[in-house]
Design a protein around this ligand. Structure first.
Ligand code: GLU
Length: 420
């Protein structure tokens, strides 16, 4: 049996715990059950890096993990964070497999990461890290093999550098090597907004199911990065009241609802929600603000057994990856909080990535309107199926989503059979 300790980390243990519970519930074939706990490939790279004002050359560690290669190329983001490690990246690659399967995409899961604090990097430094990391990944990435995208600490510009580096090595432009690119390189506005808007589309649907309306409800959002900001804008456009938001610079609150388009203007200038004139300073913990819908849209592991009972929301939408620990999740269930799990709630990102990749491969760009319609159609159909599974099995939405995702991945593996 393979050594699972190789991937040891808090997040890996959590993801495997969730997986084991559902594997037991659906009586998953024992061979597949063991197999899916391990990524098929995990590449660890180290490379030299010099800062602009360097005294010594640093050695930076990076990873790319591909979980399942049975359904098509692998797909998933790249994160830059100081504490990135093999176990975390592996756990996130496994979540990507379930996520893609839940929305029916022909991808296996992957994830990458570089253990570096992106906030400490100048633009030039970030570019050097990105180009060298890309060069180190050359043996495992490819338009038909493994397609990176943005995640924590990376963005459209990072994707443009990856595309440029890869294209230079290959000798021809390869827009399909990454998704979440700038529009000028074949990316789309829909992809940029997809994770946030997709999350709100399924939230509105979930509210209908529990005989509430999203319009007029009080919403609290943790994080105003690429996910949080479009979740906020979509909520505002639907007539919900976004009453509190925070980011690394601080938090703001306005019980009457924050004017999100104005907040966009403020953050473009000041790079933080802090100091926004149309709201007060938030003095309490954002997760503990009383509201109808709480949207963690920043980092993982923020809802734990130590704060879960202080949460005063009826619905939690996991726009971030893995924001809730397994133990806290069980308490939320006991507290009758409806949780829309990350593998469903934030699947809009990879869904729009899929459309971007298809367009790049066809050299044919669709209209934004069509892209947006396809995105919402995919998300709402997936939600409907997951909801039905949860009703049928009398289980929560995370279990239902995992049932759908794991069954699909397992079916692909079983159908292909063993080689050799
Ligand atoms: N990083 C995003 C996620 O966790 C997007 C992945 C992608 O678009 O490939 O879902």
């Amino acid at each position: 049996m393979a050594n699972v300790q190789l991937f040891d980390s808090h997040m890996y243990t959590e993801v495997i715990r969730q997986y084991e519970e559902v594997a037991e519930l659906i009586n998953l074939d024992p061979n597949i059950r063991e197999r899916l706990k391990h990524p098929q490939r995990a590449l660890i790279v180290t490379f030299p890096f010099r800062r602009d004002e360097y005294e010594e050359v640093e050695t930076v560690v990076g990873y790319r993990v591909q979980h399942v290669l049975s359904m098509g190329p692998t797909k998933g983001g790249i994160r830059y964070a100081p504490d990135v490690n093999l176990g975390e990246v592996t756990a996130l690659s496994i979540l990507m497999s379930w996520k893609s399967a839940i929305v029916g995409l022909p991808f296996g899961g992957a994830k990458g990461g570089v253990a570096i604090d992106p906030t400490s990097l100048t633009r030039g430094e970030k570019q050097r890290v990105t180009r060298r990391y890309t060069a180190e990944l050359l043996p495992v990435i490819g338009v038909e093999k493994d397609i990176p995208a943005p995640d924590l600490g990376t963005d459209e510009q990072t994707m443009a550098w990856i595309m440029d580096t890869y294209s230079n090595f290959v000798g021809s432009p390869q827009p399909g090597i990454v998704t979440g690119k700038p529009a000028a390189l074949g990316g789309s506005v829909t992809r940029r907004e997809a994770t946030g808007r997709g999350a709100i589309a399924v939230t509105a649907q979930a509210m209908d199911k529990i005989h509430k309306t999203y319009k007029g409800s009080n919403v609290v959002i943790q994080g105003f990065g690429n996910v949080g900001r479009y979740a906020a804008l979509d909520s505002y456009e639907r007539g919900a009241k976004v009453i509190a938001i925070n980011d690394l610079g601080g938090g703001i609150i306005n019980p009457e609802g924050i004017n999100i388009p104005e907040l966009f203007k403020h953050t473009a200038k000041y790079h933080s929600v802090a100091g926004f004139e149309g709201a007060d300073v938030l003095s309490e913990n954002i997760l503990e603000v009383e509201c109808d819908v709480l949207i963690p849209a920043a980092v993982g592991g923020v809802i734990t057994t130590s704060n879960v009972n202080k949460i005063r929301a009826h619905v939690i939408v996991e726009a971030a990856n893995s924001p809730t620990t397994v133990s806290a999740d069980k308490i939320l269930k006991d507290n009758n909080v409806l949780v829309i799990p990350d593998i469903l709630a934030n699947a809009g990102g990879v869904t729009a990535s899929y459309f971007e990749w298809v367009q790049n491969r066809q050299n044919y760009l669709w209209k934004e309107k069509d892209l947006y319609e396809k995105l919402i159609d995919t998300m709402t159909s997936a939600f409907e199926e997951v909801w039905t599974i949860s009703q049928k099995n009398k289980c929560d939405l995370r279990t239902a989503a995992l049932i759908k995702g794991i069954k699909r991945v397992a079916a692909a593996k079983l159908t292909r059979g063993l080689f050799p």
